[in-house]
Each structure stands twice: as structure tokens, then as C-alpha cells.
Design a binder for this molecule. Structure first.
Ligand code: NAI
Length: 326
């Protein structure tokens, strides 16, 4: 395994040198948890993204295999693999965007909150690495419970002294948007032609539909559980999540490139409500989430959903903050 990894590294370095001379512009992206159920398809899809010039694949297991495999795809990005904690710093140094799907997924009967004890520690370690090695990178946090792991990341960056820029830390709630777009088929809509904003937090959301509101709200809120139960112990959403993560990462890279009008939903530091974090539409630019949009007028159904979501969110945020402060 190590000699394979070394070989990939050497040929990748040669290609990186060529590219530095020839000059295809692109961004450096690291995936932490790259060998997992989400990490593998995410690595494959990011290797296909023309905005990526260098792709670092980090995990505590199996990253050499995933790296060798993905590196044979004949696209532009140079792929390098990193295995285990001693290689975390090398994986992170110089990165523009860090995507984190590391951690355990749900099994039937578990809530996202049940994952807290394991994933909180993983996210803390990875974010300590980020604040040391690439404090200016945009971070896309996927590890659940996102409503707690984003506050954990923020606290780690604050503790590290001056490396917390709220605009650069984005919790990925894109799968809720992707599901909402898809489930709108009951309204006779083509998912390619709708863009449903989902706001609140991960899975504690409210949405704006004229009809079928109850059905759609429940289906989107329980979309994750639908997959967990169908997989019957084999994990949670991985393929649709990888698709959503790439859609979101691509938006971040377009923002970094300076494209105008890049708007997506994400769970970010926010003043939209009294809560310190909230998921809503954000405009993504060179500095990350440069503008967080207000919600606009809510109807009665949405106001009720909002109150329920805020209670749940406040507890999840507090749990994340105390994990680091205690
Ligand atoms: P998985 O168990 O298949 O993969 C997780 C990977 O993380 C494994 O390869 C594991 O070795 C790695 N890992 C564990 N500790 C690590 C560490 N300290 N550093 C680096 N890598 C480490 O899980 P899966 O299905 O890929 O899910 C990953 C996470 O994404 C879970 O927390 C899950 O709940 C979450 N998720 C989030 C969604 C969202 O909408 N934000 C949707 C679906 C899942």
C-alpha cells in the first residue's frame, strides 16, 4: 500500500509541475473522510470538476486504495492520498476548500443527535488541523449532526486565535434542497426547473409550498430516515449526499473564482433570527458566505414550523458550543 501511494504521489507531482507551467487554473480541494460512503463518490465527482486542479483525499483508513482508483480517471485534477492523523497536516496545507464527510452515519432508530459523541471529537480534531494549516480555506461541513458540528468548528477556530471567519464556515444542507426539488414531482414539477429554498437547520426546516405542504414538509424532514430504513443498518444517504455536496462545493468554487450571483442554502453564522446559526439562502463569493439573506414574509404554517425548528436548533447549537467550552 505505501509504495502505491508513493507512486501516485510521484506521478501526480510531475503532472502538477506540468500544469503549473501550462497553467490550467483551478482550486485545491481536500476531502476529509474520503474513503467513506459519502467520501468515495464525492471524491470521484470532485475529480470530474473542471474547477479542481489538486484533490487531496484524507482518511484514517483505505485512502490509498481510493486515491489509486480515482487518480486513474482521465480528468485534469491531480490526486494525492493521505492516510492517518500524522498525514493530516500535509493533506490540508495550501487548500482553498476543505470538505468534511468524516464520521459515523446513522443506523435505523438513531437520531442525528445520537452521533454527537463520536462525530464531535472527529470534527474537533480535523478543524484544529484546518486552523493550523489552511486557516483561510472555505470549509464545507457534512458530518452530522450539522446543527452541532458547525458550532463546534466555530469554537475550535475561535480558540485557535484569530482563525475564525464566520463567512468561511458552511454547514452543508444541500441534500434537503435536492430532496425538496425532487419531491416536488407531486406538484407536477420537473426537479430540474425548481429550486426550493429550505431554511432552519439540518432536518428541522420549513419550506414554502402553496399546496401539499404537509406531505412535502414531512417527506423532506424524514428523507434521511427514509434512506436509513431502506438501507437497513448499512448506513445513511451517501450517493445523493455526494451529489448534493458536489453541487454545493461547485457553488463555493464558482464563488471563489469571483462569479456573480452564486446563491445556495447553507447552515451559517447568521443574524436572520436570534440564534447564532441558521440555514437560509446565502450569496457565495470570494470570501465565502458574503451575504446571508432574510427569510421574507412567512405564512402561519411557516411561522409555527419556525418556532418548532428554533427550539430544536437552539439546543443543538448549545450542545456543540459546550462540547468545546467545557
Ligand atoms: P461512513 O462511515 O461510510 O464514512 C465515514 C468515513 O469517515 C470513514 O471512511 C471513516 O474512516 C472516516 N473517518 C472516521 N474518523 C475520521 C477521522 N478522524 N478523520 C478522517 N476520517 C475519519 O459514513 P458516511 O455515510 O460517509 O457519512 C459520513 C457523515 O456524513 C456522517 O456523520 C453522516 O451522518 C453525515 N451525513 C450528512 C448529511 C448531510 O446532509 N449533511 C447527509 C448524510 C450523511
Amino acid at each position: 500500500q505505501p509504495s502505491n501511494l508513493q507512486m501516485e504521489g510521484n506521478s501526480s507531482l510531475r503532472r502538477a509541475d506540468c500544469r503549473a507551467k501550462g497553467g490550467a487554473p483551478g482550486f485545491k480541494v481536500a476531502i476529509l473522510g474520503a474513503a467513506g460512503g459519502i467520501g468515495q463518490p464525492l471524491s470521484m465527482l470532485m475529480k470530474m470538476n473542471p474547477l479542481v486542479s489538486v484533490l487531496h483525499l484524507y482518511d484514517v483508513v483505505n485512502s490509498p486504495g481510493v486515491t489509486a482508483d480515482v487518480s486513474h480517471m482521465d480528468t485534469g485534477a491531480v490526486v494525492r492520498g493521505f492516510l492517518g492523523q500524522p498525514q493530516l497536516e500535509n493533506a490540508l496545507t495550501g487548500m482553498d476548500l476543505v470538505i468534511i464527510p468524516a464520521g459515523v452515519p446513522r443506523k435505523p432508530g438513531m437520531t442525528r443527535d445520537d452521533l454527537f459523541n463520536i462525530n464531535a471529537g472527529i470534527v474537533r480534531t480535523l478543524c484544529e488541523g484546518i486552523s493550523k494549516c489552511c486557516p483561510n480555506a472555505i470549509v464545507n461541513l457534512i458530518s452530522n449532526p450539522v446543527n452541532s458540528t458547525v458550532p463546534i468548528a466555530a469554537e475550535v477556530f475561535k480558540k485557535a486565535g484569530g482563525t475564525y471567519d464566520p463567512k468561511r464556515l458552511l454547514g452543508v444542507t444541500m441534500l434537503d434542497v435536492v430532496r425538496a426539488n425532487t419531491f416536488c414531482e407531486v406538484l407536477g414539477l420537473d426537479p430540474r426547473e425548481v429550486d426550493v429554498p429550505v431554511v432552519g437547520g439540518k432536518a428541522s426546516l420549513l419550506i414554502d409550498f402553496a399546496e401539499e405542504t404537509e406531505y412535502l414538509t414531512n417527506r423532506i424532514q424524514n428523507g434521511g430516515t427514509e434512506v436509513v430504513e431502506a438501507k437497513a443498518g448499512a448506513g445513511s444517504a451517501t450517493l445523493s449526499m455526494a451529489y448534493a455536496a458536489v453541487k454545493f462545493a461547485d457553488a463555493c468554487l464558482r464563488g471563489l473564482r469571483g462569479d456573480a450571483g452564486v446563491v445556495e442554502c447553507a447552515f451559517v453564522a447568521s443574524q436572520v433570527t436570534e440564534l447564532p446559526f441558521f440555514a437560509s439562502k446565502v450569496r457565495i463569493g470570494r470570501n465565502g458566505a458574503e451575504e446571508v439573506y432574510q427569510l421574507g414574509p412567512l405564512n402561519e404554517y411557516e411561522r409555527a414550523g419556525m418556532e418548532k425548528a428554533k427550539k430544536e436548533l437552539a439546543a443543538s447549537i448549545q450542545k456543540g458550543v459546550s462540547f468545546i467550552r467545557k
